[in-house]
Design a protein around this ligand. Sequence first.
Ligand SMILES: C[S@@+](CC[C@H](N)C(=O)[O-])C[C@H]1O[C@@H](n2cnc3c(N)ncnc32)[C@H](O)[C@@H]1O
Length: 275
Amino acid sequence: MLAEAVKYAAARLHGQGDPHGHLAQQVAIWARHKRHRAAWEPHLARCKALALASARTCPEDARRTALVLGSGLLLDVPLDELSALFQTVVLADMAFVPEVRAKAARLGNVETLEIDLTGRLDRLPGALAGPLPITLTEVGGPTGLAGLAGLAATLPGLDFAYSANLLSQLPLFALDALPPDMEQERQEELAAELVRQHLEGLKALGCPACLVTDVTERGLRQGAVDYEADLLFGVEPGLAGETWVWDMAPDGEAVRGLDVERVVLGVSNVRAATA
Ligand SMILES: C[S@@+](CC[C@H](N)C(=O)[O-])C[C@H]1O[C@@H](n2cnc3c(N)ncnc32)[C@H](O)[C@@H]1O
């Protein structure tokens, strides 16, 4: 707990804001990763290997800018390799701890971009003073498609994108920004819309886009499935790829008495993977 508080405070002292709790979540991930480093390693290695293999499919004369969406702590990002392959790498996230900013500065061709990849967090009902809009469309603002396309348009020569374990997280922060008395069904519709928009946004980019996302969570009691939860709010990605299991919270850490694991989908290039 103390180490987490120090880590969080250091980032805040370096000027990192935390309007929606992304920094706090990153610090919690940092702590959990420290506790379960060995259990997480196969998952993280697989994410990095897939992203790198995907990046290497870009022709040598089309390796200008690589964009990493949800770069976080870089646990699942082969940053050194991407930095060597591409002229510029852009890390996009809502928050950056000082170590990530320092690493980006050391590599020289890596930029950090603080951005809300839903384009909506500051505009969702909980963050609005006025009456509640009913759907994301009514909330207005850029759609996920326009949002990612808009971002891509600001990055000259975008030749590769990697969505790094971001997709299932996008709705969670948005749900936190909604008023607690909003109907459950309506909240889930909004969450699903954000998931769909990110997928559509990735498909619409004019470059290879690698996707890694957890899709299902399972709680296991002595090896038997106790519960299973869909992390994508009913959205079926419809993408052919590889799947693996991430041993996320073994030994009852997240849910007492249960080992919690997640099924992860990895897609080398969403533009070529429609199932
Ligand atoms: C589960 S972490 C992904 C792991 C991360 N790639 C790493 O290696 O640490 C999800 C990441 O998505 C970011 N994120 C969540 N919602 C976001 C949003 N609306 N806009 C930008 N980044 C977001 C979080 O800050 C976090 O770093």
